[in-house]
Design a protein around this ligand. Structure first.
Ligand SMILES: [Zn+2]
Length: 278
């Protein structure tokens, strides 16, 4: 087979964004971009102010930073402290109900991480550096909590030990949901976000009346993993599986993007926060 130079470049670009943890880089950037489009002017200005010292500007620029910590020896301690905050494990069966002492011991799960990091982000009394770091985690974790297998079952480590065959290769179901499903669209992240943006609006529950929206989002993810056919028959990801479940993945990206914007507007724009209270 002959490759054109452009095809070879595109291929190497694809390989260099191979999945690691969570929605892959593509999914996280799509979520961030969908949220960016929905920030209030005041929240957007605050994001820019917080990110300016690191010469980044947009939510998409920082969306994958919490996963990149694992590759940076200087960040080894922070990675060790935060690696269990990218997911939550439920117990299977009908137990998609968040019980903190059972499902989030010592606050080591994505639900508790979001509770903490959103608080820090919205606290004007905290140093800008702490709020900047919290912003990076919030952008990333709102994405993660919407990836169904980041709130799956302890027994198979969120699909990581569930082996599957996909496009002629062995992989696992977690990786399929992190990245491989999304890559079947062959879109880069701006085009992917644009595609989702132009689809019909998603209906969202308002954040304010809920006691803990993050727990609810995790429970939604868990319930998706419990739907019939989510674990593919014969451990094979067929074209029919992609046809059925890619729209679900898209819906989760859209929900994540919309909700991330809500969270950031509430935390960073006093007018939005005030309007929600009344
Ligand atoms: Zn992650």
């Amino acid at each position: 087979m002959r490759f054109t130079r452009r095809a070879a470049t595109a291929l190497s670009a694809c390989l260099s964004i191979a999945p690691a943890h969570a929605w892959g880089p593509l999914g996280h950037r799509v979520v961030a971009e969908l949220a960016q489009q929905r920030l209030s002017p005041a929240a957007e200005a605050e994001v820019e102010r917080l990110l300016a010292p690191e010469h980044t500007k947009s939510l998409a620029d920082i969306a994958n930073w919490p996963d990149q910590l694992q590759d940076d020896p200087a960040m080894a301690t922070l990675w060790k402290h935060t690696r269990s905050q990218h997911y939550i494990n439920f117990h299977g069966g009908s137990a998609c109900a968040y019980v903190p002492p059972r499902d989030c011991r010592n606050g080591r799960c994505v639900v508790a991480a979001l509770e903490h990091d959103v608080d820090v982000l919205g606290d004007q009394g905290k140093p800008a550096s702490a709020r900047r770091q919290a912003l990076k985690f919030v952008v990333h974790f709102v994405g993660d909590i919407h990836q169904p297998l980041h709130a799956g079952y302890r027994a198979d480590k969120g699909g990581n030990t569930y082996q599957v065959q996909f496009e002629g290769n062995g992989t696992n179901l977690h990786k399929v949901w992190d990245s491989r499903l999304l890559y079947t669209r062959h879109l880069d992240w701006p085009a992917y976000a644009q595609r989702l943006d132009s689809a019909a609006p998603v209906k969202l529950l308002p954040i304010a009346p809920l006691d803990n929206p993050y727990a609810q989002w995790a429970e939604e993810s868990c319930r998706i993993t419990a739907e019939p056919g989510f674990y593919p028959p014969n451990h094979r990801i067929t074209p029919a599986y992609v046809d059925t479940w890619l729209p679900v993945a898209d819906r989760r990206l859209r929900e994540a993007g919309r909700r991330l914007a809500q969270v950031l507007n509430l935390a960073l724009d006093p007018a939005t926060a005030m309007a929600t209270k009344h």
